[in-house]
Design a protein around this ligand. Structure first.
Ligand code: TXA
Ligand code: MG
Length: 345
């Protein structure tokens, strides 16, 4: 099996495969998702198996535009209705109280459900074809647990080389080009509004300020009792090569010390660094939207350089950069010690 271009026929076949309980990877505007029928616990279990993901981690349910949210959620607070009207389809996931008949497999046993309506036309066509537009597709990012999320069909094939061949667990990989946004959806918890207000579980392209402008309430940061989200683990979104964030004043010095020790270095920058000659170098746009668009493809490319270290030029610590800073912090979790070891060798 290889990636298929998205003809109406390919989409209809993919929808049928999903209805039979198989897995299909599909493009969304954020990242590619690995989809299964959200109401079929065996199909959802296949996602966990393919990803190597712990089964107590919830997955997001994707629905078609105009879907009846009350089918999935027990209570729909006015804030959810306002956000859906203003920001769907789009990169915003809402966590709501799960309706009793929705299998708990989609929420890792929690009493909530994460729902989003993707903006990508191929995702929407697939959702309209699947169960006549009345179903939901559970779809985490189409990568192995903890790895970098895919923003292109080739990335999905690379992640699941074994599973996308004939007889593998993934029936089709729909190719919809490079994901526009590039980082995963913003996740907002509205399941505990009365006691905690809206809580931002994962920052993304849709900012806290945009949410506040719609509902008149500023989202809070997660507290200890907030619903669990694997995308909020300390270490996530990581390439095989250790990633280290370095501020420009230190960068030249670290590069020359490591190169003097014969280390292979990959560098991801967003400002020009003419003084630095890394073995592999990706220069990303100097604005948060452009940077997010290229981030994961850049990390994957640098991972292929088989460097000892990927050095990432630290980004501004500003609200607009919150989504990409969040992903980079998790990709770079705990690799400072590796830098010290390499410098000490
Ligand atoms: O942009 C996205 O959200 C992509 C595309 C494919 O839609 N999906 C994605 O899925 O990033 P995943 O599973 O890699 O991350 C989804 C996050 C996880 O951290 C998960 O724990 C959280 O959403 N989540 C889903 N349902 C939840 C729930 N009921 N309560 C708390 N967190 C939930
Ligand atoms: Mg993920």
């Amino acid at each position: 099996m290889t990636a298929v271009v998205c003809t109406p026929c390919a989409i209809a076949e993919a929808a049928e495969a999903l209805e039979r309980g198989l897995l299909v990877a599909f493009p969304t505007e954020t990242v590619y998702g690995l989809g299964a029928d959200a109401e079929n616990p065996q199909a959802v279990a296949r996602i966990y198996e393919a990803k190597g993901r712990p089964s107590n981690h919830p997955v997001i349910v994707h629905v078609a535009p105009g879907a009846d949210i009350s089918y999935w959620a027990q209570q729909i607070p006015p804030e959810a209705t306002q956000l859906i009207a203003a920001l769907w389809p789009g990169p915003l996931t809402l966590i709501l109280k799960r309706a009793d008949h929705i299998p708990s497999a989609v929420s890792g046993g929690q009493d909530t459900v994460g729902i989003r309506c993707p903006a990508h036309p191929v995702a929407q066509e697939l959702l309209r074809a699947f169960k006549g537009g009345k179903g939901g597709l559970a779809a985490p990012s189409a990568n192995k647990f903890g790895h970098v999320s895919p923003t292109m069909a080739e990335h999905v094939l690379e992640e699941f080389a074994g599973e996308t061949r004939a007889g593998g667990m993934i029936a089709a990989v729909l190719d919809g080009g490079q994901s526009e946004v590039g980082i995963e959806s913003t996740i907002l918890d509205l399941s505990r509004l009365a006691s905690h207000g809206p809580v931002l579980l994962r920052p993304g392209h849709i900012s806290a300020a945009q949410i506040a402008a719609v509902i008149g309430l500023q989202p809070a940061s997660p507290d200890a009792a907030a619903p669990r989200a694997s995308g909020t683990l300390d270490a996530h979104y990581a390439p095989q090569t250790p990633v280290i964030q370095v501020a420009p004043p230190e960068l030249d010095d670290i590069v020359s010390r490591l190169q003097a020790k014969g280390k292979r270095l990959a560098l991801m920058s967003y400002q020009a660094h003419p003084a630095i000659h890394a073995d592999a170098w990706r220069h990303l746009p100097a604005d948060p939207v452009g940077y997010a668009h290229d981030l994961y493809a850049g990390l994957r490319e640098l991972d292929h350089a088989h460097a000892d270290l990927i050095l990432v030029e630290s980004l501004p610590d500003e609200k607009d950069w919150q989504g990409v800073n969040d992903r980079l912090r998790r990709a770079a979790f705990d690799s400072r010690g590796i830098l010290q070891t390499l410098l000490a060798e």
